[in-house]
Design a binder for this molecule. Structure first.
Ligand SMILES: [Zn+2]
Ligand SMILES: [Zn+2]
Length: 359
């Protein structure tokens, strides 16, 4: 009898315990997710995994310091700096929006230039070398053999165009996948668009953009992008962010102009349009191209209702506090889980979004 009682009681306990565990798990999960947006943790985790694999294999024998120096030269070297200087002058000569020389947004973007030099460039070097090493080891067939009939300059043009297409696709994903949007919204938070806004990115967004390296890997045996072309490509992307009233005329149907990219950053319009980096053809093919009009040239930029802290808030700019909030921003808990990933519908009038006086 005793044995029978125990025999009946034991399974009941076994059934009850997992249920209680599940309830406890749910409580722990809801407690954690009320403090942290957990899916965002996947992005650094993926980056860490990739860089860990590259580091463990000594970057596939490639010189890390040499690669970093090359990337530094391309991104912030003398030629890149001269181009940025030229664009800064153009912004003053032909501004889309008239504003003080050193507006709050300009000062804040200088901080992002420093973050790029110190954090982003080593991170991008590590991600790029790691991805190349992993592809070589896991899927070497991705790297095509040398095609003798194809001239190197043709291969280089194909790599550039394909790289731009990859950047477009990753950019679209950054707008459509909430986990990625959390890292991309910082770029869209700028209300004083200027040439340095190109550097205003969350360092971890580069975990997604590393995919743009794939075309260069595929055609590695057929041609390598010269540093000069990379500087020009980067310069073109930077210029698209400048506060310059320029649309490129008929060439604007092929290349991304400042007036065209500004529409992508508009506060009161859909922001998953005009996603192109240098070529606007990808937007046209996907029916996401919106061409500039006199109304869009001076459009205000930023995010409706400022979901992320920005330097224009408050009577005094608090650059370091704002920067810390922006870098931690992707991990803040969701306020409205049903909210759209990106801004697709016009936000209407947003009186609390008008930029404060610069100080
Ligand atoms: Zn975007
Ligand atoms: Zn942009």
């Amino acid at each position: 009898m005793m044995q029978r009682t125990i025999g009946v009681a034991a399974p009941t306990q076994n059934i009850a315990k997992p249920g209680a565990d599940r309830a406890a798990d749910r409580t722990v999960w809801s407690k954690v997710s009320s403090r942290v947006y957990l899916p965002a943790v996947l992005v650094p985790a993926l980056g860490l995994l990739l860089v860990g694999a590259g580091w463990a294999n000594r970057w596939g024998g490639v010189d890390f310091a040499g690669s970093l120096t090359s990337l530094r030269l391309v991104t912030i070297g003398p030629l890149a700096a001269a181009l940025i200087g030229l664009f800064l002058v153009l912004e003053r000569v032909r501004p889309a929006q008239v504003r003080p020389l050193v507006a709050r947004g300009h000062r804040h973007d200088v901080l992002f230039v420093a973050i790029n030099a110190v954090v982003v460039l080593p991170l991008v070097t590590a991600l790029t070398l790691s991805l190349a090493d992993v592809v070589r080891r896991v899927a070497p067939w991705v790297i095509l053999p040398r095609f003798g009939v194809i001239p190197r300059w043709v291969a280089i043009i194909v790599i550039l165009v394909a790289m731009d297409a990859c950047n477009w696709m990753v950019h679209l994903a950054n707008h459509r996948v909430r986990m990625l949007w959390r890292f991309h919204e910082l770029h869209h938070s700028q209300e004083d668009m200027n040439v340095l806004t190109v550097f205003r990115t969350h360092p971890l967004i580069h975990v997604s953009y590393v995919l743009a390296v794939v075309p260069a890997l595929v055609l590695l045996a057929n041609g390598e992008l010269p540093a000069l072309l990379l500087v020009i490509y980067g310069g073109a992307v930077a210029f698209a962010h400048s506060n310059t009233n320029l649309a490129f005329g008929p060439l604007g149907r092929v290349f991304v102009s400042p007036n065209y990219h500004r529409i992508h950053h508009r506060v009161d319009g859909p922001q998953d349009v005009n996603l192109g980096f240098v070529l606007s053809i990808w937007d046209q093919i996907s029916h996401r191209a919106v061409f500039p009009t006199p109304e869009t040239i001076r459009a205000d930029t930023g995010l409706p209702q400022r979901p992320l802290r920005v330097e224009q808030q408050g009577s005094r700019a608090q650059h370091l506090t704002v920067l810390a909030a922006q870098l931690l921003g992707p991990f803040r808990p969701l306020k409205d889980p049903a909210a759209l990933v990106s801004v697709r519908e016009p936000a209407g009038s947003l009186p609390d979004n008008s930029p404060a006086e610069p100080c």
